[in-house]
Design a protein around this ligand. Structure first.
Ligand SMILES: Nc1ncnc2c1ncn2[C@@H]1O[C@H](COP(=O)(O)OP(=O)(O)OP(=O)(O)O)[C@@H](O)[C@H]1O
Length: 294
C-alpha cells in the first residue's frame, strides 16, 4: 500500500511538531514511529476506507485496558484526518523475546481477562459496535440472553453465516458444509458446557501478542467481542500456538481449554475468513474441518 498521509499533515493532526518515521504498510493502514523529545508513539493512519477499523481498534484497546487484567498499548489519541481518514496514536512499546516464564504469566493474565465480568449492559454476546477481523467486517450486534442458546444463535448468525455469505461463488461445497455445521452446533455442546460471555481479544494469533522488557505480556490489534472464551483459545491454537507454560497456567487459574470439537467449530470461522481474504489452500482446510464437524 502506498503511504497516503504526508508526515507534515499527520504531525499536524497529532498536535504538531512530531518527527515521523514510516514503519510499514498493512492492508488497510500505514504505521509510523512518532517522536517528540523523549515521547515516542506508535501511530496507525488510514484513509476513509480504513478509518472505521482504526476507531474500532481504539475502542477495543480501551475496553481491554478497562478490565485491568492484561497489558495493552495505551491509546494516546484517535484523530480525524482530512478526507475522512483517521489516525490512532498509542504508546510506543519495546518488545523482547519471550523468556522461559512468559507463557505462565500470559496464561494467568488471559484467564483473568476471561473471568472478568462481561462489560456489556445487559450481559450478552456481541459488542457495542462492529469491528474487523483481519480486513473482514465482523458483526457484533449484541444478543441476549447470555445463555447457551444465545451463544449458539450468536455464533451462527453473527460469525459463521456472514462469513459463509462472503465466500467466493466457486465455494458451493464449503457453503453447504458450513450450513450443516450450523445445524449440528448443539451436538458439539453435549458435554454440558454452558458458555458465558467474556470480553475476548478476538484475533489472538501469534503476531498479536508479545513481551515487554520487564516480562509483562502485551496483546494488541484486537477485534473484541463478548464471546465464549474457548473461541479465543481456538484462535491461538490455529495459527501458531500459545507459548510453553500457557495452558497449564491458564487452566490452573480457572480457564477452560476447548473440547476437540469446539476447537474446530471456532477455528472454522477464522479459516473461512482466510478463504475470503486469501483463497487458495485455506478452502481445502476449511472444507476438511467443516466436514469433520457436520
Ligand atoms: N504500541 C506499539 N509499539 C511499538 N510497536 C508496536 C506497537 N504495536 C504494534 N507494534 C509492532 O507493529 C507490528 C504491527 O502491529 P499491528 O499488528 O497492530 O499492525 P497492523 O497494521 O494491523 O499489522 P498486520 O497487518 O501485520 O496485522 C506488530 O507486530 C508489532 O511488532
Amino acid at each position: 500500500m502506498e503511504i497516503l498521509e504526508s508526515p507534515p499533515a499527520l504531525s499536524g493532526a497529532l498536535g504538531g511538531a512530531w518527527s515521523l518515521r514510516p514503519l510499514h504498510a498493512s492492508s488497510f493502514c500505514d504505521t509510523w514511529e512518532a517522536s517528540q523529545g523523549t515521547l515516542r508513539l506508535f501511530v496507525k493512519s488510514a484513509p476513509r476506507a480504513g478509518a472505521g477499523q482504526l476507531r474500532a481498534e481504539a475502542d477495543g484497546l480501551r475496553a481491554l485496558a478497562a478490565t485491568g487484567c492484561i497489558r495493552v498499548p495505551q491509546v494516546h489519541a484517535l484523530t480525524d484526518l482530512a478526507g475522512g481518514g483517521a489516525a490512532l496514536a498509542m504508546e510506543w512499546l519495546d518488545f523482547r523475546a519471550p523468556d522461559a516464564r512468559f507463557g505462565a504469566r500470559f496464561g494467568e493474565a488471559m484467564a483473568a481477562l476471561h473471568a472478568h465480568p462481561c462489560p456489556l449492559e445487559p450481559a450478552g454476546f456481541g459488542w457495542r459496535g462492529d469491528n474487523c477481523i483481519g480486513g473482514t467486517p465482523q458483526r457484533n450486534t449484541p444478543l441476549q440472553p447470555a445463555s447457551w442458546g444465545g451463544w449458539l444463535q450468536f455464533w451462527g448468525r453473527s460469525r459463521l453465516c456472514p462469513m459463509r455469505d462472503r465466500l467466493p461463488a466457486s465455494a458451493s461445497a464449503l457453503r453447504e458444509a458450513v450450513d450443516a455445521v450450523i445445524e449440528r452446533m448443539p451436538d458439539l455442546f453435549s458435554d454440558g458446557y454452558q458458555p458465558r460471555p467474556a470480553l475476548i481479544h478476538g484475533d489472538l494469533w501469534q503476531g498479536n501478542w508479545d513481551m515487554l522488557a520487564d516480562g509483562t505480556p502485551v496483546i494488541f490489534d484486537p477485534a473484541v467481542s463478548c464471546s465464549d472464551p474457548e473461541a479465543e483459545i481456538a484462535m491461538m491454537e490455529l495459527f501458531g500456538s500459545p507459548p510453553a507454560g500457557f495452558r497449564a497456567a491458564y487452566e490452573a487459574a480457572g480457564g477452560r481449554w476447548p473440547s476437540p470439537q469446539r476447537m474446530k467449530l471456532y477455528q472454522l470461522y477464522h479459516l473461512l475468513n482466510h478463504v475470503v481474504l486469501f483463497g487458495g489452500g485455506y478452502a481445502v482446510q476449511a472444507l476438511q474441518v467443516a466436514r469433520a464437524l457436520a
